[in-house]
Design a protein around this ligand. Sequence first.
Ligand code: PMP
Length: 434
Amino acid sequence: MRNQLAIPPRSKNQSERVKRSQELIPGGSTNSLLAPDGIEFLIAKGEGKYVYDIDGRRFLDFMLGAGPLILGHAHPRIVKTIAAQAASGTQYFGLSQRAVDLAERFVRYVPCAEMVRYTSSGTEATFHALRLARAVTGRQGVIKFDGAWHGHHDLAVWSMELSPTKIPEPYPVSAGIQHGVREDLIVLPFNDIKQFRATMKEHGHRLAAVICEPVQRTISPIPGFLEALRDECNRSGTVLIFDEVVSGFRLAPGGAQEKYRVTPDLTTLGKAVSGGVPLSAIVGKKALMEHLDPRSDPKTYDFHCGTYNANALGIESAHTTLDILIEENGLKQLGELGDFARERLRATLADLNQDAAVTGEGPLFHFYLTKEPIHDHAAVRRSNLALSDAVHRKMYEAGIYKQFSKGYLSLVHSRDDIEALCDALVWGFETVRQ
Ligand code: PMP
């Protein structure tokens, strides 16, 4: 049965269209992450937990639009919400009552949130959180953690997941970064309390911000790490930014800061918040956020003006998404399914006699092929990435659509889907090992 797991290869027609896409669109991709070479496909539609390509082949989706589709594709209530809002206008630029209502909800759910400014992508949110921190403190320096993902602006594109990083030297993953950014940046290993404290002791006075993903990709913080960030930032007057673009509205209503009981000064939110429609936000302490008000002191003012800020479709989709996730207890169900997924992955990898570390929290999961526990991205790079990539490629061929570095679950996934993932994993290992 296992050999029958592979879905049919893509058609000649689709292969030609993929080739054309690569002539028209750099890399034949919407972004810098490429689909596996030779088996890329063009999406025709998404429905529930599946995406379909233009041949009509069906893929079980653990990619979920890179995270926003926490309710799955085309959730009936999101479709209804979008249709209703579209009939009342898709975009205002001016402030709507419903955007204020959503800000009330953010302030209620997210521990650090006293004020809210909407943006459209996670990148915009982290860009502005960092600039706000520089504007208010009058300092330039920033600490980011090795392997963390904060988007694609000049301060973010350093020492990302698979960079050949030699800490503390930041590694640029892009050319064309503005001069001076490197001098402002210190890159440290995630979860290394000692190195963080020592660095803050030496450089804290000149640092505007420490930015971190409190759960970095799928790596959990060790006990005391987030507390150490809070403690040192308090001591040196540095702004602590939690990038909760992934963890926000996914690990708890108030994100990782609620779960781990450490409250940052600023937080960036995105992805899951609006169930697949672009919307993101910076939230945080009033004493910082009020410097986004153009009537504030020009010496500490952060100019921020985006056409799609608080876009009406995003605001309405966010209300519906949060109704389902929080008021109707969706997050609890997602957390339970995530626990089941990690447990089944651990058991399946053990049955395969494969050393592995299964990571993730809530509806986030991944596995690294390694004997050691994964506490930082140096350990990720030491894991068997070549084998992991080969197995993930095979899972693609078995109709499993999952990023090579992370998996997401939605409310329309079931335990059977986890079993299908595990079957594909077994088949992947068996075929790769042959
Ligand atoms: N922060 C985190 C933690 C992310 O994972 C991402 C995107 N993967 C971003 C920020 C950037 O968000 P966007 O792609 O919406 O710009």
